[in-house]
Write a protein that binds this ligand. Structure first.
Ligand SMILES: [Zn+2]
Length: 195
């Protein structure tokens, strides 16, 4: 079974380690599946997220503020962290979340992370959100959701469902609105240019 030290030694891309996605700092839980092939599939999904989405956004964040660090506040979930979130999280976890990384409670969840940049408040996060939807091909991600009301405004971004083809599945699921904003009063709404 992998521990935090093992996960820290696995590079997903130049700037991201497996520990950032598969270890919950909040609940002190390793969330990568123990069994193969799911374990390998989950790593592959994380590598894709890091290369196609996290690295370009991180690069842009550095253009906006020198030495900006991208903090992943939510990565892969497992049954244990999902239960903990139901009890303690202000926003209840979805039963069909891409944070499942194709594990047993939602096998079609293709991998998602929540992230923020320390020192970037809502306005700067919104600028980065707009940069992403203007500069990254929407085919490359599933959903991008900004949560402007949290202590740190954060952004959720997921792999596109088309990556299911990458692991041999041929299921076609319709994708909903890709660009959303979440507020406590209104829930999920399409992003229409401002939060
Ligand atoms: Zn999320």
């Amino acid at each position: 079974m992998m521990d935090l030290k093992d996960l820290k030694s696995i590079d997903l891309s130049e700037h991201f380690r497996a520990s950032e996605i598969f270890y919950s700092n909040q609940y002190k839980v390793v969330t990568i599946a123990e069994e193969s092939p799911l374990h390998r599939v989950q790593l592959r999904l994380a590598i894709r997220l890091a290369h196609e989405l996290l690295e370009p956004i991180r690069h842009q964040a550095n253009n906006m503020g020198k030495d900006s660090k991208m903090i992943i506040s939510g990565g892969a979930r497992n049954a244990e962290t999902h239960k903990a979130m139901e009890r303690f999280n202000p926003i209840p976890p979805s039963q069909t979340s891409d944070h499942s990384f194709m594990n047993h409670y939602w096998p079609l969840g293709v991998g998602a992370i929540d992230w923020y940049i320390p020192g970037f408040f809502t306005q700067a996060m919104e600028v980065l959100y707009k940069w992403t939807i203007q500069n990254i091909d929407p085919e490359l991600y599933g959903q991008i959701i900004i949560y402007p009301e949290s202590t740190h405004s954060f952004i959720h971004i997921s792999n596109p469902k088309s990556v299911l083809g990458m692991v041999g599945a041929t299921i076609k699921i319709p994708e909903g609105r890709k660009q959303l904003v979440y507020t406590r009063s209104k829930g999920f709404e399409p992003f229409n240019g401002g939060v």
